[in-house]
Each structure stands twice: as C-alpha cells, then as structure tokens.
Design a protein around this ligand. Structure first.
Ligand code: GLN
Length: 553
C-alpha cells in the first residue's frame, strides 16, 4: 500500500506518439522536486518484452541500464538526467513484467484456485507496482508516464489502473494529457480537432484530463486556447502551450514560466514550499544552446545507422547527451557527425576523412557488422594523434587494434566474432558461457554498476579525481587477462580494473604517446547529467577542443 496522501500524476499521450511525453514527465518531475517535493518518475512500457534488453536499438532506441542492472527504455535516461539522480527497478514496468509476475503467481497457486483474469488480476498487479514505486526513495509524488497514445489497445489496461487509483484517492491523482495540434500546410492554421477527439477517447475510459500540454510547432494562441478549454473541459489556465524548442532542457524553464508546477500543486492542494530554483539549470541551458561557442567536431563511428537519420540520435542518445553536457561545461559547442563504419569498409580510403575531426568516438555495439571499419578508424585516431574515446565495444576494439598493429599479433580478435581466434584478446566472460549455451539472452549480460579502482598517475585517475568509482556495464565479453602483461609491456595502460584486478575496466595510452586515447569497458554516458557532466567525457572534449584550437591557430 502506498503511503497516505501520496500524489500521482499520470502523463498520457493524445493524437500521436513522439511528441514529448517523456520530456513533459521529466520536466514536471524536476519542477516539483525543485519546489521541495521528493519525486519518483515511473515509466510504463506496454510491450510484452520483459525488459528492453533484447530490443534492437535501430527499432527502439538505446537500451538504458539502471544502477541495478535493469535494462530499460531511453526515457528512463531522460528522467535520471532531469532529476539528477538514479532511479530504481520499481520505477519501470513493462507488460511483459506484469504478466510474468501474474502467471508465476498463478503457477504457484497464489490465486487460491480462482480463475485468473485480466481484470481484476492483471490490473491489480499494475496498481500494486505503481504503489510500490511510490513507496521507495521517500518520495511524496510520482509522475507516471503511460507509454503509447490514448486509444491504443495495448495501454488501455494501464489507463484503467490509473482510473481506479483516482477513484480510490480522488484528491491525490491528476491526469496530464500531452497532445499535438497540427498545422496542415494547405491551411496554415493550427487545428484543435484531433486533440478534442483524443480527449473524448480518454473520457470514454472514464478519465478526464486535468491538464493539457499543447504541443505544436508554434505557440497556441488565446483564441484556440479558449475554444479548446470549452470543448475538452479543461480550465484555460491548465492548457499549457508547448511549442517546439531547440533543446529539451528548455522545457522545464518554459513550464515554470507558465506556472505549470504551481498549478499542479494547487490542484493537488499542496503548498508550494518554495519557488523552483532553476538558476543552475538555466545557466546550463544557456551554455548548451550558445551558437557562438567555439565548435568541437566529434565523429561517432558506429553501425546502427540503417533506418534513417532520425533514429541515429535515439540509438546513441545517452552518448550524445553526455557530449553536450561536457561541451556546455567547457563553453564549447559539439558538432556531431555520424560515420557509418560499413562505409569505411567498402572504401578504405574514406578513413582519411577522419582527419577533419577533433575527436572520434566508437560507441557500444554488438556483432560483426562494420567491425573492420571501426578498427581502421581507431588505428587512424591512434596514428594521427586524434583524441579517441571508446565506449565498451569501442574499448575492446581499441585493445584489439593495439594488439594487431603495435604488438604485431595479426590474429587478434574478439571471440564474439571469431570463435577460434588465433589471439583471443577479447573473450567471453566465464559466467557468460552457460547463458549463451542455453540461449538465455534476456537480462544475462554483466549489467549495472560495478566498482572500478583507478591507477595513480593515469588520465582516468586525474579526470575522476578519485581512487574508486562506480560505473554501469552491459557486456558479455572482456579483455583476456592472458594478454594483459604483453599489452602493458607494449605501452597500453590498464588504468581502471575491478578492485580484485581481475577485470580490465579502462585502457589508455600515456599522455606522452597520445593526447587522449582511452576506452572504458563500462558505459560512462549512462551517468552523465546536465549539472554533473561525466569527467571522462569532459576530459575527452577538452582534448578535442585543444586539437580544434591548434588546427585553427
Ligand atoms: N559486444 C560487446 C560485449 O558484449 C560490447 C557490448 C557493448 O558495447 N555494450 O562485450
């Protein structure tokens, strides 16, 4: 059971998907938190996957890993970035998880011989999970985002669960609908009808929105606001215009200006403990959107580029955000260019194009596609002293490249791709062998936060200014310890290791050999926050900015 008086704000989408429910949810969370209320943000994904770990990033976007190791949707990344803190397993739910729990309970005779039905049993499980999320972290309010759009078959059960909560706690539950107002090119006029229809659809579930966030390319004018207010039964002051913005981080500032946080608290009959202090946030936004800041050109060499441009940013979302935060901190503007490693494979000369960038990143990835192109890019970065940052796969490949071209081990490879590699520099982790043999792919990688010890006198140690750090992982393979000594003798430094020194977590070259050549077995991007940029990303951007400056000089 949730604590007495806990508040729930449900965020639902109308008209179409992709209009920014996640940003609205995150922004409301930030505003309430800044007004003095501990908040939990909860994401509901109505699909049947038990977690997001088995999904292809070109279809679903990046898999965001929590400290606990749970593999979740990228929205959870936005929530953490806005709130500036870690979220827990309770804060994420999929239909797969919900049904799995119900079915397992049924198999264990947990329903005492009853016929187990979607309503009430599955709905009860959903309500129990929403209440459980409310109970941790000492939060007073939960902002719960229901994935999909009103009218979907898949999310109806969740809307019904929210309705039941409203019925039980009428004073403690609010509904916020994020809707879209199109302006057809032929008319040049903003239309409210689809939103009216969406609200009516929601009404048919027995739910009335208390707030309407009106997404559109331009601000909603007074006339339409009035019209909409009357037709959808939402107070005019509760219709908030949310025109397109350059940066999602502007959203909370705009909502605060439009008094959204205040109005939500007023509707919940909660005092506004203090005005939201958003000064640091505003400063970050100003720096992040400053077009005049000196440019740093970063190339991301990867392979998840197949489904059209708009997906790029989703597959590597946290990496992009981490770059932005560090650039903003340093007063720079990062210009990111996507380079498909398959193109370098097709035409090896294209690797020379990398000369024009100030820094190169090879991000995480799986499988064989584009591997040799990535290795060529890494070699180019090393030989031409271009700052290089390898994330997970990007670190494994950096070590393979070093083994092949510096140690002279031509057969160096990862057993992920070449099972019987002559020189298995990167090999499957012992604990992983059985999972793979049993076809157990879901939730079985090395996942979540693990400690790493940082060696004195290294780039990593200087960047973190700490001896021990915690970073989040998501991989099955690791550097093969049989090669560590030889690699070190050839100049590669393993600057981060597991505390017992059995796992290599960071590899780097000495500063005298290369301005910045570093790879991490973990995913540092998952812990970068707007107001707390990640130290390794900052060190990388700093090195790239130094190159940019010397090129321009
Ligand atoms: N494919 C590699 C592994 O499983 C790297 C994974 C990653 O980059 N996240 O170890």
């Amino acid at each position: 059971m949730a604590r007495e008086g806990h508040k729930y704000i449900f965020v639902l989408g109308g008209v179409m998907s992709g209009v920014g429910k996640g940003v609205v949810t995150s922004s409301i969370g930030l505003l309430l938190q800044q007004k003095g209320y501990p908040v939990n943000l909860v994401k509901i994904d109505p699909y049947l996957n038990v977690d997001a770990g088995t999904m292809n990033p070109t279809e679903h976007g990046e898999v965001f890993v929590l400290t606990s190791g749970l593999e979740t949707d990228q929205d959870m990344g936005n929530y953490e970035r806005f709130l500036g803190r870690d979220l827990g397993n309770e804060d994420y739910m999929t239909s797969g998880m919900v049904y799995q729990a119900v079915i397992e309970r049924e198999r264990a005779l947990g329903y005492g011989g009853k016929c187990v039905e979607t309503i009430p049993h599955v709905r009860d499980e959903i309500i129990a999970r929403i209440e459980k999320a409310a109970d941790h972290n000492g939060s007073r309010m939960s902002v719960v985002e229901i994935g999909g759009t009103v009218g979907d078959f898949q999310n109806a059960l969740y809307i019904d669960a929210a309705r039941v909560l409203k019925m039980r706690y009428p004073d403690d539950v609010l509904f916020v609908m994020v809707s879209y107002l199109p302006t057809p090119g032929t008319l040049g006029e903003m239309k409210t009808k689809p939103t009216q229809t969406a609200v009516r659809e929601l009404n048919s579930y027995g739910v009335q929105p208390d707030f309407l966030i009106a997404r559109a390319p331009r601000p909603l004018d007074e006339k339409r606001k009035e019209k909409l207010a009357v037709s959808v039964n939402v107070r005019k002051e509760h219709i908030i215009s949310a025109p397109d913005i350059d940066s999602i981080y502007e959203a909370p500032l705009n909502f605060e200006r439009d008094k959204l946080g205040e109005a939500i608290l007023e509707s919940l009959r909660m005092p506004e403990k203090r005005k939201a202090s958003l000064a640091a946030w505003a400063k970050f936004v100003k720096s992040a959107t400053n077009d005049k800041a000196p440019e740093v050109k970063v190339a991301i060499v990867g392979k998840y580029f197949d489904t059209g441009d708009f997906v790029l940013s989703d597959a590597y979302l946290s990496v992009i955000e981490a770059i932005k935060f560090s650039a903003a901190k340093l007063g720079k503007r990062a210009k990111i260019t996507w380079i498909n490693s398959k193109d370098i494979e097709k035409d090896p000369k294209r690797v020379n194009d990398l000369a024009r960038y100030d820094g190169i990143i090879v991000p995480g990835g799986f499988g064989e596609t584009g591997i040799e192109g990535k290795l060529a890019a890494i070699r180019y970065a090393r030989e031409h002293r271009i700052p290089y940052f390898g994330l997970c796969y990007g670190m494994q490949l950096m070590v393979i490249e070093y083994a092949r071209n510096v140690l002279g081990l031509k057969g160096a490879h990862t057993t992920e791709i070449k099972k019987n590699a002559d020189e298995p520099i990167v090999d499957v982790m012992l604990a992983q062998k059985k999972h793979l043999a049993d076809n157990k792919y879901g939730g079985t990688m090395r996942l979540g936060a693990y400690p790493a010890y940082l060696k004195k006198g290294t780039i990593a140690r200087a960047a973190y200014k700490a001896e021990m750090v915690q970073e989040r992982h998501r991989h099955r393979y690791e550097i093969n310890n049989a090669y560590v000594e030889r690699l070190e003798a050839a100049g590669l430094v393993f600057s981060g290791t597991s505390p017992d020194k059995s796992l290599m977590e960071i590899a780097e070259l000495e500063k005298s050999a290369h301005p910045f050549m570093l790879g991490t077995q973990f995913h540092p991007e998952l812990q970068a926050r707007p107001l707390a940029p990640h130290p390794l990303f900052t060190a990388f951007i700093e090195a790239a900015a130094a190159r940019a400056k010397s090129e321009r000089a």
